[in-house]
Design a protein around this ligand. Sequence first.
Ligand code: PLP
Length: 458
Amino acid sequence: MELKKYILREDEIPRQWYNILADVNLNPPLGPDGNPVSPDQLAPVFPMNLIEQEASTERWIDIPEEVLSVLNIWRPAPLVRAVALEKALDTPARIYYKNESLSPPGSHKPNTAVAQAYYNKAFGIKRVTTETGAGQWGSALAFACAQFGVECKIYMVRISFDQKPYRKIMMASWGGNCIPSPSNETKAGREALEKDPDTPGSLGIAISEAIEEAVADESGQTRYSLGSVLNHVLLHQTIIGLEAKKQMELAGDYPDIIIGCAGGGSNFAGLSFPFVLDKINGKQIEIYPVEPAGCPTLTKAPFVYDHGDTARYTPLLPMHSLGHAFVPPPFHAGGLRYHGMAPLVSQLVDEGLLEPKSVKQNAVFKAGILAARTEGILPAPETNHALATVIDEALKAKEEGKEKVILFNWSGHGLLDLTAYDSYLSGQIKDIVLSMDEIAECEKIYADFPKPQHLKHK
Ligand SMILES: *Cc1c(COP(=O)(O)O)cnc(C)c1O
């Protein structure tokens, strides 16, 4: 029997997160007055312990015991050598993936949901609000809140709410209250519905609704929680890459290429940031975030200051952005339909440390089907974006006759995304590509905002 999995013992789980802010310079988020936001300005939105973590420049941050004891329901996650996929591709490349689909909600997202629920609880917060696209984040936060006894309210992007009823039931089972966005419950929601009563919704609008509700609670016991983009979210995800590093050592290999799909950037960052540090220190690694051609934030949109949400409640963030009013076309990868990108990922792209790629929907699902038929796990549609690029690189290695080592993140399973597979298998998936004209139109919205500086890592 061939050995495929590299497994850490429970007590070998990393005890600290890697904070890349110790090694990378970032433009500050800007408040309404054009100055860097102060912690006090963020206090109605997030608990202070997370606000402090967001700005910390300590390289290693201890993972609280309470967080570890929930993470070990499914962590450490295995590193798997994709032997069957390699064989199917007849490639000399060695392909490894971190299997993040084994968490109870089925993706990497609980890595930060558990930490955020814990820090909110520790700060005395009773209730958190959030948005969700495909439903993975909403279910991750509902699961995490159940572990710590925190209430959870979720605004779910309308198109996903309609396409994925089972995610809503999952959230309800963990005690979460999930409603479609735009809703009539907030000013931001009512405005979006007035503009277009049939809108599919967007993450930008759902974020506005969730922030509005958190800030409006006069008791001071509600805060907002975000599933990607922010520094502290990416920090919590580094447990993926830190485990992977130990496991690659067990395998006696080191990656030449690292690949992850990127919506807001968190699973990609979680896997890659510990290796970015090696790259800064001189290692030769190619690192590819992969996004859909229908929402090409990193590959086609510029590096600017823009709001994280449609109603402009968030500070201006330095990031690649298609504009805060962008409503992406309704393709089947809800988790990758965000107008912006994590400032940290955007910064590293601006510096040339990462090389973003974009892929089209039919290639994406073709890759997912091949992966399902070889490796056995039905991937999340988001993961398929990474897989499409993994397959491209493995075939390139074959052409060049090179034994490349490819490491990628299997960010989630697709067992609640069957409608998407049904569309693909019945030939109904369209290749949506955003044109440069459409992008030029989107860019007008932040034309008058300040511009971030081009910085270099420390
Ligand atoms: C949410 C999600 C993504 C995209 O979010 P990131 O913050 O970019 O990681 C990718 N894969 C899965 C399975 C998801 O649920």
